[in-house]
Design a protein around this ligand. Structure first.
Ligand code: NI
Length: 243
């Protein structure tokens, strides 16, 4: 993936690169928390199909550092305007953390479960539809070989390996895999989002309109046309959003 290419393809199944979700200080804190963490077999949270191809480790859900790590990650996404514009989040599952290294170094082709339950906290048991998947890269890409996230069912099967602190947002419907890590350690956080707008196509139209509107405002200020189109954006959102 070209780090400068924001929208990785123009098909409805959009992959979006979200740069600098975590700053250097936050990244350093997350890495130091993960360095002392307890890791368990990743199959603990996989469905039956995925479990047959999943060979990685995950942070134990009851790990004492999990809550702090989740807060760091969610705060990064909360500040990220591009994430909001693209995901239009309604519910977000608590971020999880994984580790690919040694013998537990890959995850074969699979589709994520459509419905997941919030495992802990005030919304325990609440169902979340996984419209979008998000992976936040935490290790410096030069520190490990392999470990590309491959979105297998889009036109170009992009191979995604991003700078530490950057994330990729992609449709939950995608068949995807993580290639074997042959050197070093790949650390990442991942989570799912239920969007206010269920349809990838409608969400994509809103995203394109929102981005064009921001550019229009930057160029011309609050012109009458920008105000009118902003109204159209919100009226489409009202039409399509399910709160
Ligand atoms: Ni997956």
């Amino acid at each position: 993936v070209d780090g400068h290419l924001q929208v990785l393809n123009r098909a409805p199944a959009m992959l979006l690169h979200l740069p600098q979700v975590l700053d250097a200080d936050t990244l350093a804190e997350a890495r130091s928390l993960l360095a002392d963490a307890t890791w368990v077999d990743g199959r603990a949270t996989a469905g039956p199909q995925a479990a047959t191809v999943k060979h990685n480790q995950q942070l134990a859900a009851d790990s004492p550092v999990a809550a702090r790590l989740q807060a760091l990650v969610l705060a990064g996404f909360d500040r990220h305007a591009l994430f909001f514009s693209a995901a239009l989040p309604k519910r977000v599952l608590p971020p999880m953390f994984n580790r690919y290294a040694g013998d537990a170094n890959h995850y074969g082709n699979h589709v994520d479960q459509a419905i997941r339950h919030i495992p802990s906290g005030p919304h325990t048991g609440q169902r979340v539809r996984t419209d979008l998947s998000c992976t936040l890269f935490l290790a410096d890409p030069s520190s490990y070989d392999g470990g590309e996230l491959v979105i297998a069912d889009t036109f170009a099967s992009p191979r995604v390996k991003l700078a530490a602190g950057d994330a990729v947002l992609y449709p939950g419907t995608s068949v995807h895999r993580v290639e074997p890590v042959t050197r070093g350690v790949r650390l990442a956080s991942f989570f799912w989002i239920e969007s206010l707008v269920r349809s990838d196509e409608q969400r994509r139209l809103l995203f394109d309109m929102d981005q064009a509107l921001m550019q229009l405002r930057t160029r011309d200020g609050e012109s009458a046309e920008a105000v009118a189109l902003t109204g159209t954006y919100h009226n489409l959102l009202r039409l399509w959003a399910d709160t």
